[in-house]
Write a protein that binds this ligand. Structure first.
Ligand code: TXA
Ligand code: MG
Length: 353
């Protein structure tokens, strides 16, 4: 390796951040992907850490950079729904439910888990016979996939178990020199990851609530089964979807400021730096009246609109981390629509690692 090459090595300093709407930046990022390197890029949900999905060595770099356990499969990102047939079992590709969901919701925050073809490397799917596929609804992501000319495997661009990034600065702070290039697309519009649905072997199962409401999917293809956490076979069906995750540095508790006995949890203990994550202005008011003092306060949506709450959730957790709070009290939202994804992420953030 020459000095010049070494200067680009992943262990040498922070990543370069380039504007995602610049065609030269896209070309450079695509060349990195084709040469087996990692690039972080924006999607409508969260930032992804991408590599050539058909190159097992490149995909191995994702697992190393994230310190992600090898049993947790990656989502493969496509630029066009028509590419699905190239990577999935013909019977699943021909499933009318697949065509229906792809036509209705792609590009968008929906990942379909289907039986894979042999051309998808086993490291991508953590050895499973299925592969998760989605077409992201973001011009930078689509431009990158098209320019690279290969499908891009990408998990969220955070270290394993930590809060997902919704801004380029979150990626830089979380991964540092583990990634060489970050394409900056500004804040992510949806703010929580894609909804993951398994449609293989005649099943229809919600593996992860996400940015697309499960109700919208059910309106197209009928009821989704929800594998019960802890049930036999559940871990094998939905690896990476249970247990502690999205952990901010501080301990997080879900506390309804309008609920009975809330005050006890909302009061800062001596020596504690308490952070408030409010999902409505009324909730923030109630929490301040009943508890505090709060060293930091994040209001996700004045009117409590769950779409706005989701859009700002991870950013608020990153900001509370940066404020150095030692405990976070988070106001719940009703677990319907995208609120189901918000509650899933809050519950998992509240679990001890
Ligand atoms: O919105 C998103 O989905 C983001 C952006 C970057 O596209 N990606 C993302 O990836 O959230 P990640 O790796 O953080 O989460 C992917 C999850 C896995 O943990 C697993 O639960 C599920 O998707 N998954 C992927 N492939 C699967 C498969 N073959 N079977 C079951 N679950 C799968
Ligand atoms: Mg993730």
């Amino acid at each position: 390796m020459t000095r010049a090459e070494a200067g680009h090595h992943a262990t040498d300093g922070p990543p370069r951040v380039l504007p995602g709407n610049d065609s030269a930046a896209i070309r450079e990022a695509a060349a990195l992907i084709r040469s087996g390197e990692l690039v972080a890029f924006p999607t409508e949900t969260v930032y992804g850490l991408g590599a050539d999905a058909l190159d097992p060595t490149a995909v191995a770099r994702i697992f190393a950079a994230k310190e992600r356990p090898s049993f947790d499969p990656l989502i493969v990102h496509l630029a066009d729904p028509a590419e699905l047939v190239a990577y999935t079992h013909p019977a699943d590709a021909a499933d009318p439910r697949v065509a229906r969901l792809a036509a209705r919701f792609w590009p968008g925050p929906l990942t379909l888990v289907l039986r894979k073809r042999d051309n998808v490397p086993g490291i991508v799917t953590a050895g499973l016979s299925t592969v998760g596929l989605r077409v992201p609804d973001h011009p930078v992501a689509l431009a990158l996939i098209r320019a690279a000319g290969v499908p891009i495997a990408a998990p969220s661009a955070n270290r394993f178990g930590r809060v997902s990034p919704t801004r380029a600065s979150h990626v830089v702070r979380g991964l540092g020199s583990r990634v060489r290039l970050v394409l900056d697309g500004g804040p992510c519009r949806v703010g929580v990851e894609s909804t993951v649905v398994l449609l293989a072997d005649g099943r229809a199962a919600l593996l992860r609530p996400g940015g697309l409401a499960a109700e919208a999917i059910e309106a197209e293809i009928g009821p989704l089964e929800v594998p019960v956490p802890g049930a036999p076979g559940r871990a094998a069906l939905a690896p990476g979807s249970s247990g502690a995750h999205y952990a901010p540095g501080a301990r997080l508790e879900i506390v309804d400021p309008f609920g009975p006995g809330a005050a006890r949890h909302l009061r800062a203990q001596p020596g504690e730096r308490l952070g408030l994550l409010a999902t409505s202005a009324a909730g923030a008011e109630a929490a301040r009246a009943a508890g505090g003092p709060f060293a930091a306060l994040q209001l996700l949506a004045a009117d409590g609109d769950p779409v706005t709450v989701a859009a700002h959730l991870f950013e608020a957790l990153h900001d509370l981390d940066a404020a150095g709070v030692t405990r976070i009290v988070a106001q719940p939202v009703p677990a319907v629509g995208i609120g189901r994804a918000v509650m899933d992420r809050l519950r998992r953030a509240a679990l001890d690692a």
